[in-house]
Write a protein that binds this ligand. Structure first.
Ligand code: HEM
Ligand code: HEM
Length: 169
């Protein structure tokens, strides 16, 4: 199980990092907001710039941050391949509570595979509908993380061994 633990914690850091890059792209480094800001600030200095040019500058400011989406993305792809090599025999899907939990993990792996394949494809070719699917699929991960962590805490309180196992074994 040790190899799954290694995978789990790297995967956790990588997904958290990927989500952070998306958060920054949509907030502090939004090219729309910052484009307007650049335009307004230049206007105060009596300089005029078209909104398209201002947005291009804002995108250039965003680029070094967004490059991390690709570094983390390719690292996630490598860890996914590693996870496939370990195999999925630990998952036992049946009608019991554990079986349902394992089924959500299986769904997680399917969507993770989709994120990796669509992300790597998008890196090389821009396909609009694939980009939209890649973007929408993010919400599965946004939902999975808090549900998973609450589940882990509930399990820990009931049986009290699962968290230390995730570190020790
Ligand atoms: C990005 C965040 C996370 C993701 C995507 C994630 C994903 C997963 C997946 C897919 C599994 C199943 C592994 C397998 O058996 O194949 C798993 C198991 C587990 N995770 Fe996470 N995890 C995340 C964060 C965390 C955090 C923060 C904790 C601790 C607080 C945690 C604790 C656990 C535990 C205890 C298990 C083992 C459950 C068991 O043995 O069946 N996870 N996680
Ligand atoms: C769970 C993992 C991932 C999440 C949650 C995620 C999320 C996102 C989101 C939300 C976008 C749309 C950003 C926007 O247009 O505002 C995006 C775009 C993109 N992602 Fe990911 N992604 C993940 C994994 C990956 C991976 C593994 C790669 C592969 C390197 C990748 C490469 C890309 C590319 C190339 C784009 C298009 C960027 C553009 O056209 O400007 N992503 N991702």
């Amino acid at each position: 199980m040790f190899s799954i633990r290694i995978w789990h914690w790297f995967n956790f850091l990588l997904i958290a990092g990927l989500l952070l890059t998306v958060l920054l792209r949509k907030t502090f480094l939004s090219y729309k907001t910052n484009g307007l800001l650049i335009q307004n600030k230049l206007m105060e200095l009596n300089m005029t710039i078209s909104i398209d040019d201002a947005k291009n500058i804002a995108k250039a400011i965003r680029t070094p941050m967004w490059d991390w989406h690709y570094y983390l993305g390719f690292a996630l792809a490598l860890f996914f391949i590693y996870r496939i090599f370990i195999g999925f025999k630990n998952l036992k899907i049946d009608k019991s509570f554990d079986g349902i939990r394992h089924a959500t993990y299986a769904l997680f792996y399917i969507l993770l595979g989709f994120m990796v394949i669509s992300g790597v494809t998008l890196y090389f070719v821009k396909v609009e509908f694939l980009k939209e699917l890649h973007e929408i699929s993010m919400f599965f991960f946004v939902a999975f993380i808090p549900i998973h962590i609450i589940g882990v805490i509930v399990h820990e309180r009931k049986y009290g061994n699962v968290l230390s196992k995730m570190i020790k074994e």
